[in-house]
Ligand binder design. Structure first.
Ligand SMILES: C[S@@+](CC[C@H](N)C(=O)[O-])C[C@H]1O[C@@H](n2cnc3c(N)ncnc32)[C@H](O)[C@@H]1O
Length: 366
C-alpha cells in the first residue's frame, strides 16, 4: 500500500466503509457528515434504497444504528457484511474450507461458458463454483462476510483482481469481454484463490471490524416491506431518512452486476428480471408512483421530527419527480435544496449522456 494511503486506512471504519464496488454509491464522507449533522448517538438512520449500505455503516460507525432495505442481493451482501461482520477466524476458516472443496468442481468448471475460461484461471473457476454452491450467504454471518469479500475483487484490474482486465463496479457483457481480451491477447491471471483471499482478509481486518448489533438491512422490495410495516412497524423510529433512490433511466443494477449475481447463484449471463423495480426505471408514471409510495410509507419508520435527506440526480425529470413526491409524502415539513457541484464526487458521471447539468442535488426536509 502506498504511504499516502496509510493514514487513510488507519481505522477499522475506514477499511470496511469501502465494501464493496457498487454503481452510484454515496461518497463515504457525505454519509458520515449527514449522520453527524442530523443525528445524535443512539439514534436510528433509515435507508429504503440502501445499496451497499453506506448510510447504515456511517450510522453504525458513529454510535448510531442503521435500518435499511435493498433489493439487489449484491448491495445487500455488502451492506450485511459491513454492519453484521463475522469474526476474522471464521472467514479464514471458510476460505480454507472452500479451497478444499474446490477439487470437487473440476468437471463443472470445464463445462462453464467460454467467457469464464477467458476471465478466470481454472483454480479460480473451481473456487468460485465451490463458493457459489456452498456459502449460505442469506443466513450465516461467516458466509455473507466471506461472499462480500470475495465479490469485491471478483472482477477489476487484471493485476489486482481474480479476473482478466475488467471494470470493478460494472461487469462487461460476456461476448464484448471475450473479444476485447482476444484482441489484446490478454489471458486470465494465474491465482491461488485461497492465498489471494487470505491476504485480502488480513488487510481488511488489520484494524478490527465493527462486529454486529448496530443495525439491520433487509433484502427485498422496499415497497412491499414498507407496506408490511404499516401494520406492524419496527419498534424503533429513525430520526434521519438518508437515501438515494435509483435515478430515472440511468442504470440497471441487475444487468450491470450480472457476474456477481452469478456468484450468488444467478444465471451465467446478463439478464434483466421482469419486475420494473429491478430494471432501468424508464417509465415516468411508475417512477413517480414508486417514489411517492416509498416516501409516504417511510413515515411509519420515522419520528415526527425526523430530518429527510435525499441525494438524487440533478437532471430535470428525476429532480422534479423527487421534489413532488417528497412534498406529497411530508406536507408538514419544509424543503431546502442544495446543488451538489463537486464533479469528483458525482455518482453518475460515467453514464451521464445528456446536455443537462451533471451531478446530484441534495433535498433536505425538516
Ligand atoms: C442510488 S442506489 C443507492 C446507493 C447507496 N446510497 C450506496 O451508497 O450504496 C439505489 C439503490 O436502490 C435499489 N433499489 C431500487 N429499487 C428498489 C426497491 N424497490 N426496493 C429496495 N431497493 C431498491 C437499487 O438496487 C440500488 O442499489
Amino acid at each position: 500500500m502506498p504511504d499516502s494511503q496509510i493514514g487513510c486506512y488507519g481505522t477499522a471504519a475506514s477499511r470496511w466503509a469501502g465494501v464493496g464496488p457498487y454503481y452510484a454509491m454515496f461518497p463515504v464522507s457525505f454519509a458520515n457528515e449527514a449522520v453527524k449533522e442530523y443525528t445524535k448517538p443512539g439514534d436510528w438512520v433509515f435507508d429504503p434504497f440502501a445499496g451497499r449500505g453506506t448510510s447504515l455503516f456511517a450510522a453504525a460507525s458513529q454510535g448510531r444504528f442503521g435500518l435499511g432495505i435493498e433489493i439487489n442481493p449484491v448491495g445487500w451482501v455488502y451492506g450485511k457484511a459491513k454492519i453484521e461482520t463475522a469474526e476474522r477466524k471464521d472467514v479464514e476458516e471458510r476460505i480454507r474450507w472452500l479451497g478444499q472443496r474446490s477439487v470437487n468442481y473440476r468437471a463443472d468448471a470445464k463445462r462453464l461458458p467460454e467467457f469464464f475460461h477467458a476471465c478466470f484461471c481454472p483454480k479460480v473457476e473451481e473456487f468460485l463454483l465451490a463458493a457459489r454452491e456452498s456459502l449460505d450467504w442469506r443466513r450465516k454471518r461467516a458466509d455473507w462476510t466471506t461472499m462480500a469479500l470475495l465479490m469485491i475483487d471478483l472482477h477489476g484490474k487484471r493485476d489486482s483482481a481474480l479476473s482478466n482486465q475488467m471494470r470493478q463496479t460494472k461487469a462487461m457483457s460476456p461476448q464484448y469481454a471475450v473479444d476485447w481480451w482476444k484482441e489484446r491477447s490478454l489471458e486470465p491471471p494465474e491465482r491461488d484463490p485461497v492465498d489471494f483471499m487470505l491476504k485480502k482478509v488480513s488487510w481488511r481486518y488489520a484494524m478490527g471490524c465493527l462486529g454486529s448489533g448496530s443495525g439491520h438491512i433487509y433484502l427485498g422490495d422496499c415497497q412491499s416491506i414498507l407496506d408490511r410495516w404499516r401494520n406492524r412497524p419496527p419498534k424503533t423510529k429513525a430520526s434521519l431518512l438518508l437515501t438515494s433512490p435509483p435515478y430515472y433511466g440511468v442504470t440497471n443494477y441487475f444487468y450491470d452486476q450480472w457476474l456477481r449475481l452469478w456468484l450468488l447463484g444467478g444465471p451465467d449471463k446478463p439478464c434483466s428480471p421482469g419486475e420494473p423495480c429491478k430494471r432501468k426505471f424508464e417509465n415516468k408514471k411508475y417512477y413517480i408512483d414508486m417514489l411517492r409510495h416509498v416516501f409516504e410509507m417511510s413515515g411509519s419508520v420515522l419520528r415526527d421530527d425526523a430530518v429527510v435527506l435525499i441525494r438524487t440526480d440533478a437532471r430535470q425529470f428525476t429532480r422534479e419527480a423527487t421534489i413532488e413526491s417528497l412534498e406529497f409524502a411530508f406536507p408538514q415539513k419544509k424543503l431546502r435544496s442544495e446543488k451538489y457541484s463537486l464533479p469528483d464526487f458525482t455518482q453518475t458521471t460515467l453514464f451521464d449522456p445528456g446536455s443537462e447539468p451533471k451531478g446530484e442535488i441534495d433535498l433536505v426536509m425538516w
